[in-house]
Design a protein around this ligand. Sequence first.
Ligand code: ADP
Ligand code: ZN
Ligand code: MG
Length: 483
Amino acid sequence: MTPEGPAAERRYEPVIGLEIHVQLRTRTKMFCGCALSFGEEPNTRTCPICLGHPGTLPAVNAEAVHFGLMIALALECDLAERSVFHRKNYFYPDLPKGYQISQYDVPLARNGVLGDVRIHRVHLEEDAAKLVHAGSSGRLHGAEASVVDFNRGGTPLVEIVTEPDIRSAAEAAEWGRLLRATLRATGVSDVNMEEGSLRVDANVSIRPAGESTYGTKAELKNMNSFRFLERGIEAELARQEAIVRDGAEVEQETLHFDPQTGALTPLRSKEYAHDYRYFPEPDLVPVAPTEEMVSRARGALPELPAARAGRLEADRGLPPETARLLAFRAELGDYYEAALAADGDVDPRALASWVTNDLQARLGDGEDPARSSVEPAALARLVAMVGERRISQSAAKEVLDVLAAEGGDPEAIASERSLEMAGGDEIAQVVERALEQNADAVEQVRAGNQKAIGAIVGAVMRETKGRADGGEVQRLIRERIEA
Ligand code: ADP
Ligand code: ZN
Ligand code: MG
């Protein structure tokens, strides 16, 4: 087929799988007693074991196994009865032993699922140290130098590998956020992408729509936000499509995405792929979780975001997107449920919309609503007042502005500022005046132009400064015109 033929119009389907490294928030490192490091002086959290001195023996951190089991159970995996540690051999200055202790053919867990994406495997390993490129300031014998900080070396990691079930860049980011929310709920990690406690690699390929086999994938390394992950995948999909439309083939390689420039630069190609010469770690026994360990891990899991979203949808009648928003951002969900508990009269759907739209818009980016001056009970009361038609939507937004600025009681604020709905008598008088002043519009409505009623309603709303209920005003106007 020529490029001008059907191939030019052919649609390509993205196929994406993610590999995620999660730094565990244990007290000590994976195989030694060193405390984890949070920005301490370089090389102050080290010992002969994590520095890889000959003759030292690693011992598995029980807390890391516990956290690993929690993650595996949160992802509904099958647990291995005896998972095995292997040595993954390669030479790099950040790896003093010359190998990383990881898991290979028998990982801690397999065959899980989160949302719409299957989990291929979950395994335990140790983090490498950190190379700091000191540049010319670190010149050594005239050359630019790099130095190593071994504090991070040996930090416990869980690696999560998905099946290639994701079909768009946006879905990858959305699923990544679900995973992060799930991990955050378990409390086993800080899950901070900027600080590297959550690191995401994306495997990306395309195939002609309808095809069942996969194309050759490229791997995007270490995206440090889900926004960048989405943009990186978009860029890579575009690059691959251009290659294929040119009649060429995608090569298997590892790429770096620069979010500043949007450029994709190759890190290594298949020809230079590592042969890690995995072999069983002779110094460690397999991890064989007892029933007691498994039930302790299960018992330590809170309600997870996917379950919470389902519950909010089913029990509160929330639209799926709203339920997900509240469940994926636990602080919003907690606020919502506190508000719901505080006022029995509030409509759960209306309240959810106020929390996710109006309240969120008045918070700083990512700010915890619990820290705002809007008490959950106050927001619930305000939304209930709207439901009881004691205040209009627009007046309620004014009250929310005041609550967000200085806190307080919505009833008091509404009455101090005369924002409550006008009473029936007052509205009737205003409607009467509006009919007199808009005689033209009245004529048009009588002549069958229903849209003309808008001008009269508008006049009433202006006069009452929005303290009237639009629907009710329309009803009154119609009643008077048709009388
Ligand atoms: P490798 O042996 O190259 O590491 P794996 O089969 O272990 O490849 O898969 C690694 C990751 O790549 C997984 O997340 C998997 O879902 C994903 N993956 C595998 N094949 C493809 C493909 N053709 N397109 C996109 N992602 C893929
Ligand atoms: Zn150590
Ligand atoms: Mg692999």
